[in-house]
Design a binder for this molecule. Structure first.
Ligand code: GTP
Length: 286
């Protein structure tokens, strides 16, 4: 049951925004319809929490509050109380205010929980030092891109970057300067790649860039561009660091992220072994 709920929440999470407007409206109309049909004896007011929560969670806090107020209006209109005529308006107003406040609190709480969850999720996917993706998030991205590439028959490229002689920076200039250098590498990579490319720090001084839908020609343009941008950035701070880079292109990607990264890592290792400060390319078919 928990897994089903989890899948359902995940499905809702990924629905496009316009679809959420339609879904919220449909839910709101359905609840209002039920409320109308059920008459004044059965209380269905609590059901309005569903469209209110959905709007607050998946559209915006203001959408949630608007739905809360509209729900309160409908509840008061569809469930009139039998009271003295001279008190009718006051009672209606009082009931409206009470219900609108209650639903507004629900909307604000749900929106806030959604916002916190979203930022927690983003934090869990981010390398805290550099702001790039972390290993876990990157593996997830690669697995999805492999599936997409296999489905559409597209090539996939992965660039594996290891800093040369980074340890000397830590030793000579201090760990704090080393951290600054790692942050500069990450920023340079993020600024140089396309929006659809994923940049991650796998750990220590190792970075990777995933290039979806990129064949060997595309990778042969991007990789040297990245290297040049990185070297220029090092020059700015006079950091004596170069880069050993493995560039893997798979016309047909392997089945797992683990394998893809391992192959790119091997190419990077060959770059290290053959003297560092260079790119090593490979074209793999599976
Ligand atoms: N400042 C800083 N240093 C780190 C961090 N994580 C790992 N390191 C250091 O990064 C270095 C990585 O080791 P190596 O890859 O062997 O060092 P290298 O000098 O680049 O060696 P080659 O790759 O052979 O050129 C180690 O000294 C780690 O202590 C970090 O978050 N911040």
């Amino acid at each position: 049951m928990n897994t089903r709920l989890h899948h359902f929440m995940g499905w809702l999470q990924h629905l496009p925004r316009p679809f959420m407007h339609v879904l919220t409206l449909a839910l709101f109309v359905a609840v209002a319809g039920l409320d109308y049909v059920s008459g004044t004896y059965l209380s269905l007011s609590a059901l309005y929490c569903l469209p209110v929560s959905l709007a607050a969670w998946r559209i915006s806090r203001n959408a949630g509050i608007t739905t809360a107020v509209l729900s309160a209006v409908l509840i008061v209109i569809l469930n009139p109380r039998e009271v003295r005529a001279d008190l009718a308006t006051a009672v209606m107003l009082w009931n409206f205010i009470i219900v609108a406040c209650l639903f507004t609190v629900v909307a604000v709480l749900v929106a806030e929980i959604g916002r916190l969850l979203e930022s927690e999720r983003a934090l869990a996917r981010t390398d805290f030092l550099t702001g790039a993706r972390n290993r876990m998030a990157f593996m997830n991205d690669v697995d999805q891109e492999i599936l997409r590439a296999l489905r559409h028959g597209q090539a996939l490229s992965l660039i594996y970057i290891d800093l040369d002689d980074f340890k000397a920076i830590n030793d000579r200039l201090g760990h704090r300067e080393g951290d600054r250098l790692l942050q500069a590498v990450s920023q340079t990579l993020l600024q140089t790649v396309r929006g659809i490319d994923a940049v991650a720090r796998l750990g220590g001084d190792e970075f990777v860039v995933l290039l979806p839908n990129a064949d060997s020609d595309a990778a042969a343009i991007v990789a040297p561009r990245l290297r040049e941008a990185l070297l220029n950035r090092m020059l700015l701070d006079l950091w004596p660091v170069t880069f050993s880079i493995g560039v893997l292109t798979c016309p047909i990607p392997p089945n797992s992220a683990e394998q893809l990264i391992h192959r790119a890592d091997e190419l990077m290792y060959r770059a290290k072994q053959s003297g560092k400060d260079r790119l090593v390319y490979s074209l793999q078919s599976a």
